[in-house]
Design a protein around this ligand. Sequence first.
Ligand SMILES: Nc1nc2c(ncn2[C@@H]2O[C@H](COP(=O)(O)OP(=O)(O)OP(=O)(O)O)[C@@H](O)[C@H]2O)c(=O)[nH]1
Length: 294
Amino acid sequence: MSKCGYVSVVGRPNAGKSSLLNWLVGEKIALVSHKANATRKRSNIIVMHKDDQIIFVDTPGLHETEKLLNQFMLDEALKAIGDCDLILFLAPVTDKLTHYENFLERNKKNTKHILLLTKIDNVGNNEVLEKIKEYEKHSDKYEAIIPVSIKKQTTHDDILDVVVKYLPEHPYLYDPEILTTEHMRDIFKEFIRESIFENISDEIPYETDVKINRVQEKKDIDVVNATIIVQKGTQKGMIVGKGGSAIKRIGKDARQKIERLTGRKCYLELFVSIKKGWTKDKKGLKELGYDVTF
Ligand SMILES: Nc1nc2c(ncn2[C@@H]2O[C@H](COP(=O)(O)OP(=O)(O)OP(=O)(O)O)[C@@H](O)[C@H]2O)c(=O)[nH]1
């Protein structure tokens, strides 16, 4: 019988979660960003590995914070931990052990986990070995520890062969043809958000979100109408850019991503609107598709 199960990918912001998932899937589905807190919403990503099916649950970084939105993100991360068969805990190799130790405290159900030491290309072999030694004091808690660099050395099998070892024997939960259970609209939204992150160098992207207003599938083209929501007039100015230069770049990048995924032409209409304090507004969160239950 083949194996199939849910795997949560957790770690502090910037640990490399989205990058890892993108790399494993080979398609730009999860949002990757060099900035912290880019991953807001959980999305399942299905990876077929040989005869087995792994369902990755992408989770926000585990961290404490004040803002309502961030509280929501934390809850999502904790929920994911409770529901899965296996956890991949990502720890950048240069991190102290405290993040992992905090995670151990929060992993109340003692869900099995594998420790991935990420970004090992940033340091020498000796440092990697020393870090592994440090983690060995917790060796009774993790199933395996795997040094990883998605930029060099590591292969998909190095990780996935170990992952499936700890999954239950179970029939497939998803049709193997389906790459993700996320709705297309959610993916478009992520592409637009990702393009904002890539094109705006400031802190603004943290405070922006995207609402997909309409998707029309016409004969030869998809027409996508979306609004980028910012908190202040000055942010709107930066997103739009001089003579509309920034919004044009964002729109072009996002359109190309959508076209690469769908294999169809896309006409993307982007608007920018100001919504003050949306990160603190429960109703605002709901409208944006965050499933808040307060
Ligand atoms: N050198 C190196 N950099 C990496 C590696 N994996 C990820 N990164 C970089 O680390 C940064 C953060 O990666 P993300 O995948 O966005 O991190 P995340 O954990 O999803 O972050 P949040 O969504 O904020 O929780 C990006 O700039 C990546 O390019 C790696 O193996 N080597």
